[in-house]
Design a protein around this ligand. Sequence first.
Ligand code: 0O2
Length: 274
Amino acid sequence: MEILIWRNLLDPYDLAVKELITKFEHIRYEHKARGIYCPIEQVTGRVKTISSILDKMQKKKIDFSELETRLEDIAGIRIICQFVEDIPKVVNLIHERKDMTIIHEKNYIDHVKSSGYRSYHVIIEYEVHTMDGLKKIQAEIQIRTMGMNFWSTIEHSLQYKYKQNIPEHLKEKLLKSSEAIVLLDQVMSQVREEIMDAQNSMQLQANLISEILNNIQNLYKVANNREVLKIQEEFYEIYLQNDLEKLERFHKQLDIISEGYRAQSLNFENEEVT
Ligand code: 0O2
């Protein structure tokens, strides 16, 4: 048996986790920037600890030579969604990607585990560039709602404490609470439209305010100070009214004013050249 240098083995997985988190967070960023609801609420990731790898190898009788092929979750990404309906949307997002190939999927939402565990797993093949060249690795993406995540985090701690031998009375409670999570997710789905509307308006308002303030800041460089001050006062007045439509109208007007100044400064530049 060769000496296994764990750092050499795990470094590409560490890179994959970092890259994948960045990529999924970027999806969130793009949605937010465009004021579109994002099915991804939160992204986390981790490289499995050596002790957890050793435990799983022992449990599943995996030899060191087959470690990277049989252990699919050395690199693990967790995507948390607000609503159950978001989960297939996230799965579709993964299907559409050209930089990750799906190996297989495990649907523990339709096929709940006997423990009560619910989640959707997508196992992907992902390529990382290292000093030694390209390396294809496997990664497990767990997709679940906030409720499902709350349950599995608690249950995971108990599994760790009781080393797979959770007492019966606790198992029962866990199963009951897992069903309660299903109910919670169902109720949240019923008010989903309203929640999404509220969140979209909040995001839209945040984007508008940041664009308006940016415009005012730019105007400050080229326009008359008194005029900019007046615009700023008008903005605060509208802001306090908490009326998204008025804010949108103000944003459009401000755009026209800024355009005017831009055109003026272009004319000025042209005059200088000639
Ligand atoms: P950790 O510490 O999270 O890394 P398989 O041969 O496919 O049946 P495998 O590889 O265990 O066996 O796959 P499975 O069952 O899909 O589990 C993969 C991961 O899902 C687990 O990794 C857990 O993270 C999570 N998971 C699966 N079942 C449960 C469960 O009943 N409760 C909780 N809380 N999580 C679960 P690890 O390595 O077991 O753990």
